[in-house]
Design a protein. Structure first.
Length: 332
């Protein structure tokens, strides 16, 4: 791929995620109103999921022509008469960013996210990663990545509530937000969500002396808190940082934590590519080591599922081996 083509794809991806971030932030600020209109408890996040997927795909198509994308949503239920209020809310949310799109266009773009990942090149999207964080006004992410022949090529991670300043507390939603992006071999970068210049993330922010600090999911249903606590204790670490979504990859990449652990909560659980692709590339391009809990590289060559892997360990190099070893020992 030529450098011009690569730059075009990155520009399109950043614009797509930025539009989706603005739309979801607007929806997040109107949670009560949307619940009253749609009469369904999860309606704000459902509205945000659909709107973000439509905006991302529409923007990619606007810049790049037709694209293949694995997304979470399809419009079938949205077209049902009983979901008319939800449909109107989605179209209105999209229209605030792309006024030229009518209802049928919005639904059509949503349906372009139904690719199965069987082609050699495809995009993968989690339109609102961290739904519970979104609903409580906390951290969430719009996560977009390009996969070619099983290799991550490009990743953009929009984190609308993550402070740009790594020194600010993670539990206080930020009005500016942060966008991370990475291209294979091109390093990892961050910027405020709106405007401003990119800043390259230094490779491997680790002083080599400080005790282990991990970050993990807020929800114990997403990752085993009991096991991670034992791992941290075994390695003499500090209490974990807990936040929702792929923001955790960005937090590790810019040095606020040494590692992110995703420990399977039940036998046979398989991770989804859209839950990790963008974050993995941002972290690896910042010098982190990323594997499953068995130390194997994550394999993105199986469509929508990371079916060759169990869980995730993303870490500065100093702690990666000890973490994998401790997990294996404590799970035995």
């Amino acid at each position: 791929m030529s450098s011009t083509a690569a730059e075009s794809r990155l520009t399109a991806a950043i614009e797509a995620v930025t539009r989706a971030a603005r739309a979801t932030r607007r929806i997040q600020s109107q949670l009560t109103v949307i619940r009253q209109l749609v009469k369904e408890d999860r309606s704000p996040v459902t509205t945000a999921d659909y709107a973000a997927q439509a905006l991302v795909i529409a923007t990619l198509c606007q810049h790049l022509g037709e694209v293949r994308l694995i997304g979470e949503e399809e419009s079938r239920s949205l077209r049902e008469p009983e979901n008319a209020a939800l449909r109107r809310a989605v179209v209105e949310a999209v229209g605030a960013e792309m006024p030229s799109l009518d209802e049928e266009a919005v639904l059509g773009y949503i349906d372009q996210g139904s690719h199965d990942g069987s082609a050699g090149s495809y995009w993968t999207l989690d339109p609102v990663d961290g739904t519970k964080g979104f609903l409580r006004g906390g951290q969430y992410a719009i996560s977009l990545a390009l996969v070619e022949e099983g290799e991550l090529r490009l990743g953009v991670l929009g984190c609308p509530a993550l402070p740009v300043d790594p020194g600010r507390p993670l539990d206080r939603p930020d009005p500016v937000g942060t966008l991370f992006h990475a291209s294979r071999g091109g390093g990892a970068w961050s910027r405020p969500l709106e405007g401003a210049e990119d800043a390259r993330l230094p490779l491997i922010r680790d002083d080599g002396r400080s005790p282990l600090r991990i970050c993990e999911s807020v929800e114990s249903g997403h990752s085993r808190h009991d096991l991670s606590a034992r791992v941290v204790e075994a390695l003499g670490g500090l209490p974990p940082l807990r936040l929702d979504s792929q923001c955790k990859y960005g937090v590790v990449a810019r040095g606020q934590a040494h590692a992110y652990l995703r420990l399977p909560t039940r036998p046979g659980y398989v991770e989804r590519v859209w839950d990790h692709a963008a974050g993995v590339l941002v972290a690896t391009e910042a010098g982190m080591r990323v594997s499953d809990i068995d130390g194997r590289p994550l394999d993105f060559g199986h469509g929508a599922l990371l079916s060759a892997n169990r869980g995730v360990v993303c870490s500065v190099p100093r702690f990666h081996g000890p973490l994998v070893e401790a997990i294996a020992r404590l799970m035995a």
